[in-house]
Design a protein around this ligand. Structure first.
Ligand code: MN
Length: 231
């Protein structure tokens, strides 16, 4: 079929130490997945995991060692960082048992679930959808993908974030309320997962605002660091 206009290019994230890009289908995000962050957002206890999505073209891919540039988005006065481990799926499935869920994982990346907290807060209050708070353009800065064949399965290790060299978030992957296989398994009951799906696995406590000129540097043990300047 001929198209009315040239389709947008496939969104892809570079793979570390390779010329290959990893094509992205969907971006799922887990909400409130670290107990201390759930508390700071006013929640307690182990509620069922919940998910929201960002469009694939909200990804801002940042090459290894680069400092990316994220434009300060419109219509907000409270742009928050959320440092997250991103799980990258190389296989799909539905109703995947927890014990098999890690077989879907192709690799891992560092990601920022950037959030217009004021718009998200208003949406929560009004019972409206979260897209304006979560799914805006370039709301998902992401570093290159590290294949699981090199990293092994990640289920523990430090996760941190600095703003202008000051530590703001510091936790451990083992502190997730729903661990990675549990999140994949639960999500696969709601949606049929496919190769190319990404899952942002939630952020630890210490979220906060950034302004133009700030440099965010976040990391996860074994995956290096991701650096973004707000412009
Ligand atoms: Mn998040």
């Amino acid at each position: 079929m001929e198209y009315v206009f040239e389709p947008a290019p496939v969104v892809a994230v570079p793979v570390v130490g390779s010329e290959q890009g990893f094509p992205v289908r969907r971006v799922y995000c887990v909400g409130r997945n670290y107990a201390e962050h759930a508390k700071e957002m006013g929640f307690t206890g182990r509620e069922d995991p919940f998910f929201f999505c960002k469009p694939a073209d909200a990804i801002l891919a940042i090459a290894d060692g680069d400092t990316g540039e994220m434009p300060y988005p419109s219509k907000t006065a409270n742009l928050h960082y959320e440092m997250e481990l991103v799980v990258v799926l190389g296989k799909g499935g539905k109703d995947v048992p927890v014990e098999q869920a890690n077989e879907l994982v192709w690799g891992y990346a560092l990601g920022l679930d950037m959030t217009r907290r004021d718009l998200q807060g208003e949406a929560k209050k009004q019972g409206r959808p979260w897209e304006v708070g979560k799914a805006f353009d370039q709301s998902a800065p992401i570093g290159p993908i590290h294949p699981k064949s090199k990293t092994g399965v990640l289920d523990k290790g430090a996760i941190w974030l600095d703003v202008d060299g000051q530590r703001k978030q510091s936790s451990d992957l083992s502190q997730m309320i729903w661990n990675i296989p549990e999140s994949i398994s639960y999500l696969s009951g709601l949606f049929e997962l496919q190769p190319g799906d990404l899952i942002f696995t939630g952020t630890p406590e210490g979220v906060g605002a950034v302004v133009r000129g700030n440099i965010i540097t976040g990391g996860v043990e074994g995956l290096g660091e991701l650096s973004v300047r707000i412009v």
